[in-house]
Design a protein around this ligand. Structure first.
Ligand code: FES
Length: 97
C-alpha cells in the first residue's frame, strides 16, 4: 500500500495497491474517471499526469506504449487503466502536460 495524493481533487490522499490498476483504485474511492474502452488503453479518457514519485509507477504496458506513441504523450502522462502505483506519489487527474 502506498499513499497517493490527488492534487486537483482537494489534495485527497488515497491508498494504492500495486496489484490493482489506478483506474479501479480511484473508483473504489468514489473518484470517477470517464472511460469508454473498459480499461483497454484505447480511449485515452483515463489520462492522469504524474507530479511526483515517477519511479513508483509501473513502466508503460505495451498497449499503453502504443497509445502514448500514437498520441505523442509526454512521459508524465499515463493511462490510469494501465497504471499501478507501488510507492508515494502525487498526480493530477487529466492531462496537464
Ligand atoms: S479506460 Fe480507456 S484508455 Fe484507459
Amino acid at each position: 500500500m502506498a499513499k497517493l495524493t490527488i492534487k486537483n481533487r482537494d489534495n485527497i490522499e488515497i491508498e494504492t495497491n500495486p496489484a490493482t490498476s489506478l483506474l479501479l483504485t480511484l473508483g473504489q474511492y468514489g473518484i470517477k474517471i470517464p472511460n469508454r474502452c473498459g480499461g483497454h488503453a484505447r480511449c485515452g479518457f483515463c489520462k492522469i499526469t504524474i507530479i511526483s514519485g515517477h519511479d513508483n509507477f509501473n513502466k508503460r504496458t505495451p498497449h499503453e506504449e502504443h497509445f502514448a506513441k500514437e498520441h505523442n504523450l509526454s512521459e508524465e502522462v499515463r493511462l490510469a487503466c494501465q497504471t499501478y502505483v507501488k510507492g508515494p506519489a502525487e498526480i493530477y487527474i487529466g492531462q496537464t502536460k
